[in-house]
Design a protein around this ligand. Structure first.
Ligand code: IVH
Length: 669
């Protein structure tokens, strides 16, 4: 293909994507792919400006108005925003403005506003009464959705006396994540994301349907107005608030240089916000300057959208592999044609379990959409394009040891019944045993564990402590040497003493994660006491079993897993061998049983004067359980400075909020 043909092919795909997105509320490609297409086309046009005439798809804003709604001609076009994706591009944007205005050293102020992922709306007030609402449409002509917008309770129907007689206010209609999930739960045809749900809900010809959907609104821009209301955008937002509009409370005034910090902060906060945002919009604060800067093409020169790195992408599903975990769980994972997702090359994504594969209908050969959020394993969201593969048949035997793999009761997980005869389970348990939150043995990472297991040096956890005795043999292995072998011996020796909670966690008992291990350690205090209690609890109705059942946070399923572990002869042998190799230190028993924090579930949020790990440790020492997220089970949320969404959640759920001072009092600090 020559340049022109490539460009035309790109333009055709962009146009198709525009139509699917704006007119059918059903995106066919991800935002990441869409942005990539646009960039590719722009790159070609940069070399061949003479082809721009034909590149209408690039300047098309939004979609054509949907037939069925009355058309509304916008008094001033509803335009879009240019995007930047990193600090360098943002600096360019600022530099362009400075050049344009001929600024020297004067500071340039911006209003930073979360970029709502919804659909833009124009609201016209005549004689201070709400008169009309219109969607953006193609930027020049939109759809009249007045009746639908009237179903939004939060919409001011009338503006106060100090508002201009005629004013057009612009903003974003969106759906919160919670409302989107609730809607999809009762929808047969699922919406792909909150934005599509908002668009689909607003553009209903029957407003009574819109009324059933929960839509929200943030106001953020001005259209035409009979008299000017402010000198700065910041003051304009204030006026909007005063008139009764919801204005995003996270908006801030920033100097050019502060944008990077704001961007980073929003990137972190993003996941916790009750609604989707896909970046931050930076707008020159001074309206006179905005006026001078004006527009270029489809976007204002005075504003830019700094998008978050795209975290979704699409690629081909090459294979479905089954991994066997330390508890024998067979977990399917997708092997993908490597794809860059938000700056990270992704080759594998989780498929959770066999029901999930069936639910998503994914097959080898499909083009799938995937998402990477933070550090978690990427997930497959669904199929974008079907391939020619066959439905995946989930194995009923362990792919590693060949033992039967079964699903017990209503467990979604299929498990290998091979137990310790299954090499996969053994290796995974060893990896877990050595891992950071367990024995934390430096140098015994996944690779080394696998190597030693294969070499027959490691069959079970107690063998780890015999490794120093084989130091000479290890030193001779390929990739090793005397120094590294000696280092490993030292690292192992350093871990012959271990706290009870870590020890319990290291055993890899099903459902005994770090938190539960801590609960047990704190309750029983010493290894000897714990073990004796677990053995005694094997007897139904025994005091020990009743005691286990009474530990707050340890439910019946967890108790059952613990008892099952102690019922296995080989586990008792392992414990006996470990007892000979390591010293398990006593845990401080929950001293504060009668402290006001005993048994309470707590969340810390915001910046405290006390460092977070200390606050957590203090609370735990007094018998509290500290968790990360606020739920109905939370008793207290301790709020520091700049606390965000967790406080809101606490208020919503009616959870008691404590200041740091109050927490200190309760903790006797
Ligand atoms: S200002 C002329 N502010 O982003 C500038 N837009 O990509 C008008 N959006 O069409 C837009 N949050 O639908 C502005 N705080 C915000 C926004 C925002 C979301 C949307 C809006 C716009 C699109 C451009």
């Amino acid at each position: 293909m020559n340049g022109k043909e490539t460009l035309n092919a790109l333009l055709a795909r962009i146009e198709a994507a525009n139509t699917a997105y704006h007119e059918q509320d059903a995106p066919e490609i991800t935002d990441a792919d869409y942005d990539a297409l646009r960039r590719e086309a722009e790159a070609i046009l940069a070399e061949h400006p003479e082809w721009r005439e034909d590149a209408k798809a690039l300047s098309q804003v939004g979609g054509k108005p949907v037939a069925g709604f009355k058309k509304v001609m916008h008094r001033t076009p509803m335009l879009s925003l240019d995007n930047v994706f990193n600090a360098v591009e943002f600096e360019d944007f600022v530099a362009r403005i400075r050049r344009f205005l001929g600024l020297k050293n004067e500071a340039l102020e911006f209003v930073a506003e979360p970029k709502m992922d919804g659909l833009s709306i124009s609201l016209t007030y005549e004689q201070r009464k709400f008169a009309r609402a219109a969607t953006r449409g193609d930027g020049l002509v939109g759809e009249d959705v007045t009746a639908n917008i009237l179903t939004l309770q939060s919409l001011p129907r009338e503006l106060p006396k100090d508002a201009p007689d005629f004013i057009e206010i612009r903003g974003e209609v969106y759906m919160t994540k919670a409302d989107f999930m609730a809607l999809n739960a009762v929808q047969e045809r699922q919406f792909a994301n909150p934005r599509n749900a908002a668009a689909g809900s607003l553009r209903q010809l029957d407003p009574s349907i819109t009324a059933q959907r929960k839509l929200s609104l943030f106001a953020y821009a001005q259209g035409e107005t009979s008299v000017s209301v402010a000198q700065t955008h910041w003051d304009y937002l204030d006026a909007l608030r005063h008139w009764g509009f919801a204005v995003n409370p996270l908006s801030r005034l920033v100097k050019g240089g502060g944008a990077e910090a704001f961007q980073a902060g929003m990137g972190v906060q993003r996941a916790e916000l009750p609604y989707d945002i896909d970046g931050v919009v930076y707008k020159v604060n001074d309206l006179a300057l905005q006026n001078r800067l004006g527009f270029v093409g489809r976007a204002p020169r005075w504003a830019v959208a700094w998008k978050f790195p795209a975290e979704k992408a699409s690629t081909m599903l090459e294979d479905i592999e089954i991994q066997v975990g330390r508890t024998g769980a067979l977990t399917p994972r997708a092997r993908l044609k490597p794809v860059n997702v938000g700056g990270v090359l992704v080759t594998y994504a989780t498929l959770h379990n066999e029901d999930e594969i069936a639910r998503k209908g994914v097959q080898v050969g499909d083009i799938v959409e995937l998402q990477r959020a933070g550090d978690v394993i990427p997930q497959i969201l669904g199929v974008l394009k079907k391939g020619e593969g066959q439905p995946f048949i989930f194995p009923d035997h362990c792919p590693v040891c060949g033992a039967l793999a079964v699903r017990v009761d209503d467990d979604v997980v299929r498990r290998c019944t091979g137990g310790l005869t299954c090499p996969a389970q053994v290796v995974e348990r060893l990896i877990h045993f050595c891992s950071r939150s367990a024995f934390d043995i430096e140098g015994m990472g996944e690779k080394t564990v696998r190597e030693f297991h294969e070499a027959g040096l490691l069959r079970g956890a107690p063998d780890i402590f015999a490794l120093p005795a084989h130091e000479a043999q290890i030193a001779k292995r390929e990739g090793w040497g005397e120094v590294s072998a000696a280092k490993l011996s030292v690292a192992i020796a350093a871990r012959r003493e271990i706290g009870l909670a870590r020890f319990i966690f290291a055993l890899g008992i099903r459902r005994i994660g770090e938190n539960n291990a801590k609960l047990l350690a704190r309750h029983y205090g010493s290894y000897a006491h714990w073990k004796q209690a677990m053995l005694a609890a094997q007897i139904i109705g025994s005091d020990a079993r009743l005691e286990l059942g009474s530990i707050s946070g340890i439910g019946p399923a967890i108790a059952e897993d613990l008892l099952a572990f102690f019922a296995e002869e080989h586990n008792l042998t392992t414990l006996a061998r470990l007892e000979a190799a390591v010293q398990v230190q006593d845990e401080q028993v929950a001293v504060g049983i009668d402290s006001p924090l005993a048994g309470k579930v707590m969340v810390f949020t915001g910046t405290l004067t006390m460092a977070r790990p200390e606050a957590k440790a203090r609370a735990e020492a007094l018998g509290a359980k500290v968790t990360e997220s606020v739920s109905k089970k939370t008793d207290y949320v301790v709020v520091g400075e700049d606390a965000g969404s967790k406080v809101k959640k606490a208020v919503e759920l009616g959870v008691t909020i404590l200041t740091e001072q109050k927490f200190r009092e309760m903790a006797g600090l």
